[in-house]
Ligand binder design. Structure first.
Ligand SMILES: Nc1nc2c(ncn2[C@@H]2O[C@H](COP(=O)(O)OP(=O)(O)OP(=O)(O)O)[C@@H](O)[C@H]2O)c(=O)[nH]1
Ligand SMILES: [Mg+2]
Length: 459
């Protein structure tokens, strides 16, 4: 685990890495960052390139032999990605050329950059705050157009500036409360006349909006786990195949076909959905099937949503009800009546006491679109706004926002209690701290180490 000292030490010295992906390509880039790169640049290029001008150079090795010819870009401190001197050598993208170039940089005193170390330096040199730095990694990781848009917004600081606005509103309220502490006799009246309750309420409303937008962004990034469960032969594997548009799981008319959990990620409107097909739930003496059923329950424990499939000819049976009784009350369940082509029912969606019920036929495809829409709705995705108004929030951000929410609720209760202003002030201070951890103030060094080490090398 890294600590501040280590982070600062890491921030010293010149680092170098191949910034382009491994393998062969038209162009390969070696990136170098350090407090002073003049000497290194002169040695490799024969002269110092003009700042921020693309120039054609020979890249030389220690014997002045040409390793490659390419473009060099020199960004003197502080106007660079890391805030230090940065040199980029754009050569031909072959692994041997790139490795020779990198090896020469190391010979000249640079060391190999660790994953995320360029961005870590940008953060330590205050070029980016933490949420923006995470936006960089999320942009690289983004697998859908919606996710890209969200990550770019974080990178541009939209998420950070919303958090800053909340923090500054909290500071205003804290100033008011702390000032009131000095005049205990009039405290409640004073806070009332200064509209402290209204200020707090408006912060809570804004926080709620940020939470909603963050949950949506988090969904875009991480998706949700959906378990397909039900009695044998109801069509779970067929539904997996239909939603995935591929023959992934074996489908037969023999009950007990699926023994193991089968995982497949799909996308609906850019939302990643991780589907898990499971062994049909029934009493059985077959040892393999028993283990499969144990896995079904294990998968359900991890699920964000369960699709309980039933055969529409028989409806929800006693066995299904006993499965439902096993599920946690918090776990959303959609009940899917399959095979309406056999039962002669119409495809439709209904809300009843047990929740949302959908009638469809995996075989004919009727009602599948209804299911897809219901899935998005259940996870809180509104089709009409899609990626707009979402922040690429990580679990870490959501937790900080939820913690702030709890602290503000407590603060609200104290606000109306006479003689408890110290506690109110403390809750507000903690709320500010929780919010600020999102952008990187008050963030532990262990956590920083963890965040940056998940980046790729060269970033
Ligand atoms: N007529 C009709 N048959 C279907 C439909 N969906 C699935 N089936 C058939 O039902 C049988 C069982 O389908 P599976 O997808 O293997 O069922 P399962 O729930 O995965 O079964 P287990 O793996 O045994 O738990 C197969 O013969 C499918 O072709 C449907 O909508 N209509
Ligand atoms: Mg199956």
């Amino acid at each position: 685990m890294q600590h501040l000292v280590i982070l600062q030490v890491k921030n010293n010295g010149t680092i170098a890495a191949i910034a382009t992906p491994p393998g062969r390509g038209g162009i390969g880039i070696v990136r170098i960052s350090g407090t002073d790169l003049k000497q290194l640049a002169q040695t490799i290029l024969g002269k110092l390139p003009d700042p921020r001008h693309a120039g054609l150079f020979n890249f030389l090795d220690q014997n002045n032999q040409v390793i490659d010819q390419g473009i060099a870009l020199y960004f003197p401190s502080p106007n660079s990605y890391t805030g230090e001197d940065v040199l980029e050598l754009h050569g031909h993208g072959g692994p041997a050329v790139m490795n020779l170039l990198l090896a020469h940089c190391l010979q000249l005193g640079a060391r190999l950059a660790e994953p995320g170390e360029f961005t870590l330096r940008a953060f330590l040199n205050e070029k980016l705050d933490l949420a923006q730095a995470e936006g960089v990694a999320d942009l690289i990781e983004a697998s859908t157009a919606n996710a890209v848009r969200c990550a770019v917004r974080s990178l541009h600081g939209e998420f950070s500036s919303t958090i800053h606005q909340l923090v500054s509103a909290l500071i205003d309220l804290r100033v008011l409360v702390e000032a009131t502490l000095d005049f205990p006799e009039e405290e409640i009246d004073f806070l009332q006349s200064a509209h402290a309750a209204e200020q707090l309420a408006s912060i809570q409303i804004k926080l709620e909006q940020v939470l909603t937008a963050s949950r949506r962004g988090n969904l875009l990034q991480e998706g949700i786990k959906i378990v397909l469960a039900g009695q044998p032969n109801v069509g779970k594997s067929s539904l997996l195949n239909r939603l995935a548009g591929d023959e992934i799981a074996i489908v037969t008319e023999i009950p007990g076909t699926t023994r193991d959990t089968i995982r497949q990620s799909i996308e609906i409107e850019g939302i990643p959905l991780h589907l898990i097909d499971t062994a049909g739930l029934r009493e059985t003496n077959d040892i393999v099937e028993q283990q499969g059923i144990a896995r079904t329950y294990a998968a359900i424990e991890q699920a964000d949503l369960v699709l309980l499939l039933v055969d529409s000819r028989y409806g929800v049976t006693k066995e299904d009800r006993s499965v439902l009784a096993h599920l946690s009350e918090k776990l959303p369940v959609l009940i899917v009546h399959n095979k309406i082509d056999l039962s002669g029912q119409l495809s439709r969606i209904e809300e009843d006491t047990s929740g949302t019920v959908i009638y469809l036929s995996v075989k004919s495809g009727e009602g599948i679109a209804l299911l897809q829409t219901a899935l998005l709705k259940t996870v809180g995705w509104q089709t009409n706004i899609a990626g707009e108004g979402a922040y690429m929030a990580r679990q870490r951000h959501l937790q900080a926002l939820l913690h702030t929410k709890k602290l503000l609720e407590r603060a609200k209760a104290w606000l109306h209690t006479t003689n408890q202003l110290e506690i109110l002030a403390e809750e507000l201070r903690l709320a500010q701290q929780a919010l600020s951890s999102i952008t990187g103030e008050f963030t532990s060094d262990d956590l920083l180490g963890e965040i940056f080490s998940s980046f790729c090398i060269g970033k």
